[in-house]
Design a protein around this ligand. Sequence first.
Ligand SMILES: [Zn+2]
Length: 132
Amino acid sequence: MNYDDMLDRGIEQAPEIQPDSDRLDVPDPVVRQEGNVTVFENFRSVCQELSRDPDHLLKFLQDELGTSAHIDESDRARLTGDFGTRRIRDAIDAYTDQYVLCGECGLPDTNVRREQGAEILQCTACGARSPT
Ligand SMILES: [Zn+2]
């Protein structure tokens, strides 16, 4: 066996590197109190990781936390009231379960679409469609 063959074998035996694009890596919410408002600093990057419309997530947060909120000029979410990191994180997890992860295969490769007034979660990985 010559050196090149050994190199080839080395490559063959190397463990396959699994792409982790299937896995969500949602950043922990960074929140800060400003008077009676909770400023959700990295709201934008959470939306980007989830591939969801910021307005859609914001509306969910409002319902989930029972408060009013808006997105400011720096793409931060400003929620009326005092909410800690954990509370926000739980709300995002609930959103992820409901609007991002496929109920059939569990992958986040999904789209939310509106059909005849109903929201449908469509999975591009396995093709499953389910109402949200
Ligand atoms: Zn699926």
